[in-house]
Ligand binder design. Structure first.
Ligand code: HEC
Length: 123
């Protein structure tokens, strides 16, 4: 066997391993798409999203401070409004609001954020 051939084989192996990993990831995703995402994981993911996208304006956890002074309500306060339900929050996040940037969210991200906000409900 000469050297160039050996290299080709190596890359083939790497490629096959990558493909396998991708297929495994796809399978896991399909699994979640069928049923509900486990609640705890969804809440975790929602918290990460909130940290990244919402924390500039909203205090995203119960004791948290926000980065800017805005009129945006704390997520804990939002969660504890009697009117806050999964549906009302999802609808809110799907409609555009003059005071809030229109963050483009996938259905899954919206669900995660709503699960996270509702996890702050005390009542
Ligand atoms: C640029 C600042 C800003 C960012 C970033 C922002 N918001 Fe807001 N948000 C606001 C303001 C201001 C209000 C109050 C709106 C009002 O009362 O009209 C608000 C209100 C809300 C409400 C309350 C709805 C209600 O029924 O009173 C929710 C829920 C909400 N935001 C979710 C989010 C989520 C989730 C994100 C991140 C994806 C986010 N916001 C990012 C400024 C922001």
């Amino acid at each position: 066997m000469n050297l160039p051939n050996l290299h080709r084989n190596l890359w083939l192996h790497v490629g096959a391993a990558l493909l396998l990993a991708l297929a495994a990831m796809l399978l896991i995703r399909m699994h979640y798409a069928n049923g509900a995402t486990p609640a705890a994981e969804s809440v975790q993911a929602g918290r990460k999203l909130a940290e990244a996208w919402c924390s500039p304006c909203h205090a995203i956890d119960a004791g948290g401070a926000r980065a800017q002074t805005t009129t945006a309500p704390d997520f804990a306060a939002v969660a504890n409004m009697p009117s806050a339900t999964e549906l009302s929050l999802k609808v809110f996040l799907q409609s555009s609001h003059p005071t809030m940037p229109n963050v483009i969210l996938t259905t899954e991200q919206r669900g995660d954020l709503v699960n996270y906000i509702l996890s702050l409900k005390r009542i």
